[in-house]
Design a protein around this ligand. Structure first.
Ligand code: GSH
Length: 217
């Protein structure tokens, strides 16, 4: 098999790539990386020095691609069934890319800050920083909510922006409930019902107890 995906089933950015792969039915070899295992971390660092996943290796083309957005770009370029993830129409493609950036930068990253705060050792907590991150999340929700065209982020076609939205909204809902943003909550339910997304969520289920905010509900 040409493609190998380096990932972990609980990792939110890995979900983004997995959703695209499953949605387009692109075959790949899954390589789960336990970053807590020094040998596995070192082996992964040899593939991608930052040791951040997802990373996809295309043996046939001799290419290693990091960054979830760029992985989806790669799939859309080389795999016809994934082509629709980046619309052919340049204006629509730009709107998809814009939403992908807004969701990653203003929802997904503040969520990671809340999670990172929770993971700090005893005596090193930063409640002020966590409150700021929650404030940024609310701003992110306010920004993105009116932009969702429906049924999917930019309209009728499932795209890169939807791959970005599911992990960000699914996990962020634990940090700041989406109850105050009913259009985002409804969009999240539509995303969860999509077979590719349902598969990713099901595969993550055994690991979900390790998500630091899992017990907040
Ligand atoms: N911008 C990157 C973010 C990747 C990222 O932050 N991945 C996290 C998992 S969700 C990771 O590898 N964390 C491990 C670490 O930072 O040591 C992308 O879109 O792929």
């Amino acid at each position: 098999m040409s493609l190998t995906l380096y990932f972990h089933p609980l990792s939110s950015f890995c979900w983004k790539a997995l959703i695209a792969l499953y949605d387009a039915g692109v075959p790949f070899e899954p390589k789960v990386v336990d970053l807590g295992d020094p040998a596995e971390r070192a082996a992964f660092q040899a593939v991608w020095p930052l040791a951040k996943f997802p990373v996809i290796r295309d043996e046939e083309r001799g290419r290693t691609t990091p960054e979830s957005t760029i992985i989806i770009d790669y799939l859309a370029q080389y795999y016809p069934t994934a082509a629709g993830l980046i619309p052919a129409d340049p204006d629509l493609a730009r709107q998809v890319r814009l939403l992908d950036r807004l969701i990653d930068n203003y929802i997904h990253l503040p969520l990671q800050q809340v999670v990172n705060e929770r993971l700090r050792p005893e005596g090193r907590h930063d409640p002020f920083g966590a409150d700021q991150a929650r404030g940024a999340l609310r701003q992110g929700y306010d920004l993105v909510a009116p932009m969702i065209a429906g049924p999917w982020a930019t309209g009728e076609t499932f795209t890169l922006a939807d791959c970005a939205a599911l992990p960000a909204l699914h996990y962020a809902d634990y940090a700041v409930s989406l109850a105050g943003w009913p259009e985002l909550a409804a969009y999240l339910e539509r995303l969860r019902a999509r077979p590719s997304v349902a598969r990713v969520l099901q595969e993550a289920q055994p690991f979900f107890k390790y998500f630091p905010l899992a017990s907040d509900r």
